[in-house]
Design a protein around this ligand. Structure first.
Ligand code: TXA
Ligand code: MG
Length: 304
């Protein structure tokens, strides 16, 4: 159920959980300082308690008392990419409830880049918000996706369709360097430019979410790296390619336009479920650079 801005403010102040838009995907939001509501988020999503949440702020000033110290170059990253689709894992102060960070000494911080959400955060303070999907399912990029997972009565602040369409990129500082915990909407190359060095991928253990099944529709997906073999008859592919013998193409957009594919990705994966598709061939013949690297990772995880 779509709700207006003032209703969203009052529900969050009352300690309720609602869905909010961001430029990446919709989030299931609660006040950082309402532990009961945070517990509700884990329960609603059916999320393992070992998988911590991201704290969202309106600006750096709003979250600075949650951060114990800024690792080297953290300020440069924040200056260049906030507000935006970058999440930094930073040492936490005691102000961050242990439940929000799954008992870890660190906290995930992000400043989203969407006006209505910035205004909301200014009014209600920092919010924890994991992606607004049942654990393991594709994320939500529109209010109707949230309603599909949590019911039509579930309250959603309407921000339209998310522009980026995939989650924020997560960086963590360990072993003396910044490492990627999750590839995301912000291309690794842009981060490398700011840091002035190559960025390695963190071992899975550093980002608890990486352990869990993700982004998957119910359909059995076959990841296609070569030419389309003619089966399954349903294809998830691109509008500028042909798939001879396919009975149905779920198009992600043009194979040359990573932004367009990202924007359409979760809607398309969810569409397979809406239409009760049982099996599909997924075209993963994409470059391995920039935002395409994120798309490849998400498609591969969806097909696991
Ligand atoms: O774009 C996004 O990041 C969206 C929107 C709503 O902001 N949020 C999102 O949240 O994707 P979620 O909960 O689906 O993913 C958060 C990821 C998980 O993989 C989690 O393990 C990791 O962040 N994470 C959170 N806190 C962490 C911490 N202290 N250390 C390491 N990883 C952490
Ligand atoms: Mg998620």
């Amino acid at each position: 159920m779509k709700i207006d801005f003032e209703t969203a403010v009052s529900e969050l102040k009352k300690g309720k959980v609602i869905a909010i838009p961001t430029e990446t995907v919709y989030g299931l939001a609660a006040s950082l300082f309402c532990e009961e509501a945070i517990a509700t988020i884990y329960r609603l999503k059916n999320r393992p308690q070992a998988n911590p949440l991201i704290v969202h702020g309106s600006c750096f000033d709003q979250v600075k008392n949650l951060i114990k110290e800024m690792p080297p170059k953290a300020a440069a990253l924040a200056n260049r990419f906030w507000p935006g689709p970058l999440t930094l894992i930073l040492p936490a102060t005691d102000l961050v409830p242990s439940l929000a960070r799954a008992g870890l000494p660190s906290v995930a911080i992000r400043i989203p880049n969407l006006t209505i959400t910035t205004k909301l955060l200014e009014r209600v303070g920092p919010l924890v918000a994991p992606s607004a999907n049942l654990s393991g399912r594709p994320s939500s990029t529109a209010p109707q996706h949230v309603e599909r997972d949590f019911g039509e009565e579930f309250q959603v602040l309407d921000g339209g369709v998310c522009t980026a369409g995939v989650e924020s990129t997560i960086l963590l500082f360990q072993e003396g360097e910044w490492q990627i915990g999750r590839v995301g909407a912000l291309a690794k190359e842009l981060l490398e430019e700011t840091l002035g060095e190559k960025i390695n991928h963190a071992k899975n253990a550093s980002c608890p979410g990486a352990h869990f099944k993700h982004y998957s529709p119910k359909a059995d997906l076959t990841l296609g790296e070569g030419d389309y073999p003619g089966t399954p008859a349903v294809v998830v592919g691109y509008s500028d390619r042909t798939y001879s013998g396919a009975t149905r193409l779920f198009s992600l957009g043009q194979s040359t336009d990573a932004e367009e594919v990202a924007h359409n990705l979760y809607h398309t994966l969810r569409q397979l479920d809406e239409e009760k598709i049982e099996a599909a061939w997924v075209d993963i013949r994409l470059p391995e650079t920039g935002l395409f690297a994120t798309l490849l990772e998400r498609l591969k995880r969806a097909g696991q």
